[in-house]
Design a protein around this ligand. Structure first.
Ligand code: ADP
Ligand code: MG
Length: 222
C-alpha cells in the first residue's frame, strides 16, 4: 500500500537531512514509528501525505506516485487517501464536534458532502463513544473525547492510509490504550494501513511492526 524507495529529503536551513532507503507497508498493516525527537518522524508522515516532496526517490501510495504530482493533485490525493490524527487534536475550536468531523468535506473540493456521509459521521461518532456530544465544541470535551472526534474526522472519508503523529501523546495512561484500540478498530473496518509515530513504548506490542528511525541515516543540526 505504501512504498518509499531511496528517499532523500532535507531542510537545508535547519541543517537536517534524512535518507530512507526503503520503507513499505501492506494494506491493513499497522506500523509504529519510533525514534528520537528531531529524527524525522513527522517529516516521514508528511512525505507519505504528500505535504512534502522528497529531493529524490519515490513515494508510492496504492497506485499513486505521490512525488510526481503537482500541488493541486497532491492536495486532492491527500483529501481522498489520507486520514490524519495529531497529538494536539487539530480541531477547529469554534465548530461543534459534528462540524469538526465533517470539516474535510467543507474544505476540499475533491470530496462531496452528501446525506450518506452525514449518516456515516453520526455512526462513527456513536461507535467512538461521542454520539451524545456531537453538538459540543472542543472546549467542552476532555482530551480523550477530542481525540475521538479527530479519529472520526480522519476515518470519515474511508482513507486507505491513516497517519497518527503522537496521537496518544496528550492522553492519560488509561485513555492511551482505549484511543489506540478505537483507531485500530476504525482502521481495520476499512482495511486501512496505519502509520503511527509514538513514544508510548508500552503500546508497541499492539502493532504489527516497529520502524525505528535509528536505522535510517540523518544529519541533524548540532
Ligand atoms: P521528529 O518528528 O522525529 O521529532 P521532525 O520530522 O519534526 O522530527 O523534524 C526533523 C528535523 O527537521 C528537526 O531537526 C526539525 O527541527 C527540523 N524541521 C522540521 N520541520 C522543519 C521545517 N519546516 N523547516 C526547517 N526545519 C524543520
Ligand atoms: Mg514529530
Amino acid at each position: 500500500m505504501i512504498s518509499l524507495q531511496d528517499i532523500s529529503f532535507a531542510y537545508p536551513s535547519a541543517g537536517f537531512r534524512l535518507e530512507i532507503p526503503r520503507l513499505a507497508a501492506a494494506s491493513g498493516e499497522r506500523l509504529a514509528v519510533v525514534g528520537p525527537s528531531g529524527s524525522g518522524k513527522t517529516t516521514l508522515l508528511s512525505l507519505v501525505a504528500g505535504i512534502l516532496v522528497p529531493f529524490s526517490g519515490s513515494v508510492r501510495v496504492g497506485d499513486v506516485e505521490v512525488h510526481t504530482l503537482g500541488d493541486v493533485a497532491r492536495r486532492d490525493f491527500r483529501a481522498r487517501t489520507i486520514g490524519s490524527v495529531f497529538q494536539d487534536f487539530g480541531l477547529v475550536e469554534y465548530l461543534s464536534a459534528r462540524d469538526n468531523i465533517l470539516h474535510p468535506y467543507r474544505i476540499s473540493g475533491a470530496l462531496t458532502l452528501d446525506g450518506a456521509t452525514r449518516k456515516r459521521a453520526e455512526d462513527l461518532a456513536w461507535r467512538a463513544g461521542i454520539g451524545a456530544k456531537l453538538g459540543h465544541r472542543p472546549g467542552a470535551l476532555s482530551h480523550g473525547e477530542k481525540q475521538r472526534v479527530a479519529i472520526c474526522r480522519a476515518l470519515l472519508t474511508r482513507p486507505p492510509v491513516v497517519l497518527a503523529d503522537e496521537a496518544t501523546g496528550n492522553l492519560d495512561p488509561e485513555t492511551k490504550g482505549v484511543i489506540l484500540d478505537l483507531l485500530f478498530s476504525c482502521a481495520e473496518a476499512e482495511n486501512a494501513t496505519v502509520l503511527a509515530v509514538t513514544h508510548d513504548h508500552d503500546l508497541l506490542d499492539r502493532f504489527d511492526r516497529v520502524v525505528d528511525f535509528r536505522s535510517f541515516r540523518q544529519t541533524m543540526p548540532a
